[in-house]
Design a protein around this ligand. Structure first.
Ligand SMILES: Cc1cc2nc3c(=O)[nH]c(=O)nc-3n(C[C@H](O)[C@H](O)[C@H](O)COP(=O)(O)OP(=O)(O)OC[C@H]3O[C@@H](n4cnc5c(N)ncnc54)[C@H](O)[C@@H]3O)c2cc1C
Length: 427
């Protein structure tokens, strides 16, 4: 029944990442950026535009990481609810975190428009479904707080109106956010790279950084293709951080996020399942995010992996799709793929400097808005601009008993699964 092509992201049919320069990088640069995803490009553009000599070193092809594999939902999500952030950090800091998400999302939209980025941007809105009636009540309280303190204007959707948002009986109401939309992730990356190259950034493929050493006030960056002296280094490797970056590796947990795409559905079926062609999320710990393809013909659904075997993982996503839309029981899948996202200990995005190296990372699966934004903030640090980020921190905590191999992930996933079962939100 299933014919999903393993590992090939749906998005690559239209915009597969392309090789960049493969020769030896220059021996000197003002700034070396390690990692060529949204974060790397987000940093490269303002630095190159400021006249700096920028070299982006990418281990694979630029964009091969999460930046061409994601769901393309401009959630700008923060893992913690606003109320829990208030409890932990106080009202002012919680406001600063959430307000920055609003600004960052709008800035992405403005950049797409100003630079005429061809990335299928669709400001459709997003509906988040409540799995139980009491969860809808919690969502209402949360949205009232966000409205009061941040000015976000979410629309509460009561159970009887859910079918205006989605052709599913699964949800007990939910919240619609008009400010969240969708982009084609691989096209967005391709366009950011185009802009970075046009600004003069040198982008290199197939060059994995194996060491970064501080020499006085400068740095020596080691690669299999030679050493580079640089005045500054920005690390933008997020969920793909490898052994060449041991300090960061001990501070991030890489987690697999994966997606399936259905074969094209009939226009009538799409209309009944996704009448607004908008983005979707839900309130479970291990819930799904899903959306129509930009051409409105297929449904793409993603979630975190907790089955070790790829076929079982794909089947779990398929079951999730059918739970939401039983009509899709016999539908064929055209694609199944995965990528890595990164979680720091406190599950908040991070901008930090350690031993002179700037790190922008830890987007917890929501980097469409955050990654480029934090890359820009990293660039601002290098350019000594006064711009700040609420996520700047002097420290990025090491995860105890951890050297980069997340041995505890199965336990955590089972804990989340159990929580979903206990709250009656997952079978
Ligand atoms: C399946 C999936 C669905 C997602 N859906 C969404 C979504 O709908 N909305 C949302 O907001 N976010 C989503 N995300 C998250 C989002 O894609 C990421 O947060 C974002 O792309 C991170 O960008 P980045 O540039 O920091 O990292 P990446 O794009 O992962 O790039 C890091 C790069 O660093 C390179 N690298 C690593 N080590 C080295 C080294 N030593 N030397 C040189 N290069 C190195 C890697 O090869 C990689 O290309 C999703 C992610 C996945 C995987």
């Amino acid at each position: 029944m299933m014919s999903a092509r393993n590992d090939m992201p749906y998005w690559w049919e239209a915009a597969e990442p392309a090789e960049a320069a493969t020769g030896a990088p220059p021996a000197r640069a003002d700034i070396v950026i390690v990692g060529g995803g949204y974060t790397g490009m987000g940093a490269a553009i303002p630095l190159a535009r400021a006249g700096r000599e920028v070299v982006v070193l990418e281990r694979d092809r630029p964009g091969d990481g999460a930046s061409s594999r994601n769901g393309g939902i401009t959630s700008g999500n923060i893992r913690h609810s606003f109320s829990s952030l208030i409890e932990k950090y106080g009202l002012e800091q919680a406001k600063a975190f959430y307000a920055e998400g609003v600004v960052a999302r709008q800035e992405l939209y403005d950049f797409i428009e100003a630079e005429k980025l061809d990335c299928d941007f669709q400001p459709t809105g997003r509906f988040s479904g409540a799995m139980r009636p009491e969860i809808l009540e919690t969502m209402k309280r949360e949205m009232a707080l966000l409205h009061e303190h941040i000015g976000i204007e979410p629309a509460i959707v009561e159970r009887q109106d859910v079918h205006d948002e989605i052709g599913s009986d699964l949800y007990h109401g939910g919240v619609r956010r008009a400010d969240i939309g969708g982009i084609h992730p691989a096209k967005l990356h391709r366009e950011l790279r185009r802009v970075a190259e046009a600004a003069g950034a040198g982008i290199y493929s197939g060059i994995g950084v194996t060491d970064i050493r501080r020499i006085g006030s400068a740095f020596e960056v080691t690669t299999p293709k030679g050493r580079i002296q640089a005045a500054h280094v920005i690390v933008a490797t997020n969920g793909y951080t490898d052994k060449g970056l041991p300090w960061l590796r001990r501070r991030l947990v890489p987690v697999i996020s994966e997606m399936i795409a259905t074969e094209p559905l009939s226009p009538n079926l799409m209309q009944s399942l996704m009448p607004k062609r908008q983005m979707h999320g839900e309130t479970r710990q291990l819930g799904y995010y899903y959306r129509p393809s930009p051409d409105g013909k297929s449904i793409l659904l993603g979630g975190r992996r907790y089955a070790s075997d790829a076929d079982a993982a794909r089947e779990r996503l398929r079951q999730g799709l059918i739970e939401i839309f039983p009509e899709l029981n016999d539908v064929k899948l055209s694609h199944h793929w995965f990528g890595f996202v990164a979680f720091p200990m406190d599950q908040l995005p991070k901008l930090t400097v350690h031993d002179g190296v700037v790190y922008a990372t830890g987007f917890c699966g929501s980097g469409v808005v955050w990654a480029r934004w934090m890359g820009m903030k990293a660039a601002a640090l290098v350019l000594e601009k006064e711009e700040t980020s609420a996520f700047y921190s002097d420290t990025l905590r090491r995860i105890p008993f951890y050297n980069g191999k997340p041995w505890f992930l199965p336990v955590m996933m089972n804990w989340y699964k159990l929580k979903d079962r206990l709250t009656g939100t997952m079978k």
